[in-house]
Design a protein around this ligand. Structure first.
Ligand SMILES: Nc1ncnc2c1ncn2[C@@H]1O[C@H](COP(=O)(O)OP(=O)(O)O)[C@@H](O)[C@H]1O
Ligand SMILES: [Mg+2]
Length: 330
């Protein structure tokens, strides 16, 4: 299959890296038609498992879609991808990216057709600087609505909530619409951890702690690290890390490698979240809210996204107590 440079879009008949900038090439699927129903247009994103995200259109309706294409390294990776697609498709929420269709191609690649989003990931936004308190509260509230929907539509645990999997679209009036993306490693809370072990093929190293160690170490809940059975409270922890990062610009811990991250999440107390000096003070109530999300034991967090959302609503940015030293930017 011809190949394409994701950076400069140069096409090659056969090569592994781009001759201009040595970027690893991806399969050029421009204009391919999947399942007789979607035509790919342009490469718009890159991801794990040699994956690529393409813009495209539904042939019947012309609807703009995004299609993720991955080459799973193993049968297990393939099963996990398909399970993530099935779970994501169950969820009906304005804060979860809508999934239309998925399947396998003749060459063994897997695809997933979603609504096409316009905007940027939170990780790309955070490269420009920290968020204001009111923006952070808006992001938190919408992600809690997403997590509430995961609970309601089948006790689904996302397991990889982090800035790279959060998509922010800006409305004309400046408001942010936040959506959760990438159910690549999602699973049901009721599924025993032992049935969902993530092995080689994910991330950079294989951790041989017993049970399930899927996830991104920087954002992972302690119980996820040790392979315990999980419920939605693991995603609440990852939300806590994400909000900490959004407000302060840094993570609650530092570590050099995966094992270091595991130790930090499981045993170290995070310093209270604080904003860079130029941004002023974060209201105590929000500091406490994030601290509670970051509790080591799930019982010490909120009991559910619904409870956390209710508490957060009590800290509404329209109240002076929370907006404190910040100008309101919606
Ligand atoms: N529905 C979508 N609309 C527009 N861009 C998307 C969409 N889904 C993913 N992307 C882009 O592709 C990138 C990788 O997607 P993601 O699902 O997170 O893949 P991975 O599993 O490889 O991390 C995202 O960070 C985003 O920039
Ligand atoms: Mg991702």
């Amino acid at each position: 299959m011809p190949r394409l440079c994701p950076r400069c879009q140069t096409r090659y008949a056969a090569a592994d890296v781009c001759a201009h900038d040595a970027t690893p090439l991806v399969e050029d699927r421009t204009s391919e038609v999947f399942a007789n129903s979607v035509r790919l247009e342009r490469l718009i994103g890159l991801g794990g498992m040699g994956g690529a995200v393409w813009s495209g259109r539904m042939i019947a309706t012309g609807e703009a879609v995004a299609t993720k294409v991955v080459n799973p390294a193993s049968e297990k990776d393939a099963m996990r991808f398909l399970r993530g697609a099935e779970l994501a498709a169950l969820i009906d929420s304005p804060h979860v990216t809508r999934v239309h269709q998925w399947g396998e191609l003749q060459d063994g690649a897997l695809f997933l057709v979603m609504e096409r989003l316009h905007g940027r990931t939170l990780s790309s936004l955070l490269q420009q600087g920290v968020l204001s308190v009111s923006r952070t509260v808006a992001v938190a509230r919408q992600l809690l609505f997403a997590l509430e929907a995961l609970d309601q539509y089948g006790s689904i645990v996302h397991r990889d909530l982090k800035p790279g999997n959060i998509f922010v679209s800006q409305a004309r009036d400046g408001r942010w619409h936040v959506r959760l993306l990438d159910f690549g490693i999602a699973r049901r809370a009721s599924q025993p951890a032992a049935e969902s072990v993530c092995g080689a093929g994910f991330g950079t190293g294989r951790i041989t702690l017993s049970g399930d160690v899927c996830g991104t170490p920087e954002y992972m809940a302690p119980e996820q690290i040790i392979g315990s059975d999980l419920d939605g409270r693991a995603d609440l922890y990852s939300l806590g890390v994400t909000l900490y990062r959004a407000l302060s610009g840094s993570l609650p811990f530092r570590a050099a490698d995966r094992i270091g991250w595991y130790r930090a999440h499981a045993f170290l107390e995070p310093p209270a979240v604080s904003a860079p000096p130029s941004r002023g003070r974060i209201p105590e109530a929000l500091v406490a809210f994030i601290k509670r999300l970051l509790s080591k034991h799930p019982d010490d967090r909120f009991s559910s996204a619904t409870e956390a959302a209710a508490v957060l609503t009590g800290l509404s940015p329209t109240k002076a107590s929370i907006d404190g030293s910040y100008a309101v930017s919606r």
